[in-house]
Ligand binder design. Structure first.
Ligand SMILES: [Zn+2]
Length: 212
């Protein structure tokens, strides 16, 4: 184990504890991963994100096989599919965050892009958010659907389940998934009311200034 891996283990545990403390995930739900050279670290199965031990994180190889640590989250295949499709990904966060899950249950949202462009930071950090159809936990069709979406999107919302967000590092992935949860909350607060979203021209300007 080198110093960089040690620092990454600490960072995963600090971010997971922060997400848990602020109610962004609950019980033993949610998982956080980060690439570490040719390998990657993931939170273990059944673990409470508020109480992780850096030394017991699952260390996996490029094929998703356990190298050391506790057995990985059962949702390991979601992370593995995204790393495979998006080689520049440095970290992935998946949560069962309440407002994002609530939005995934609404029958009138677009499956191609669930949330409207309400704020600049949402457009900059998430952009388009496709809805991945519902599959039971453990169904490998979910991994196939995520793999397919990940070739085109760094963020996606699993129907009746929760968001998955990839980024170049842990800080960027955390910022993005928090922005998504805050925007889902805003959307629910305003649901049923007429709102002014950003215009297509304003969104295009943001994509040009801040490419994701
Ligand atoms: Zn999940």
């Amino acid at each position: 184990m080198n110093m960089n891996e040690d620092a990454l283990r600490e960072e995963i545990c600090d971010i997971a504890a922060s997400l848990h403390r602020r109610g962004l995930t609950h019980g033993s739900t949610g998982n956080v991963s980060a690439r570490c050279g040719e390998r990657w670290l993931l939170t273990p199965t059944g673990s409470n994100l508020g109480k992780l031990d850096p030394a017991r994180l699952s260390l996996l190889d490029d094929d998703g096989r356990l190298v050391s640590g506790d057995p990985p989250s059962k949702e390991m295949f979601l992370h593995h599919a995204v790393y495979r499709q998006r080689p520049a990904t440095g970290a992935i966060i998946h949560l069962h965050s309440t407002h994002s899950v609530a939005v995934s249950l609404l029958p009138d949202v677009s499956a191609e892009d669930v949330l409207p462009p309400m704020t600049a930071y949402y457009v900059m950090r998430i952009g388009r958010l496709p809805l991945v159809p519902y599959y039971a936990p453990g169904d490998m069709k979910l991994a196939d659907a995520v793999r397919d979406m990940a070739s085109r999107h760094h963020a996606m919302l699993l129907a009746n389940h929760g968001p998955v967000v990839a980024g170049p590092n842990l800080a960027a992935s955390t910022d993005a998934i928090e922005e998504l949860e805050a925007t889902a909350r805003l959307y629910l607060l305003l649901h049923g009311r007429q709102i002014r979203t950003l215009t297509p021209e304003q969104c295009a300007e943001l994509r040009e200034r801040y490419p994701t």
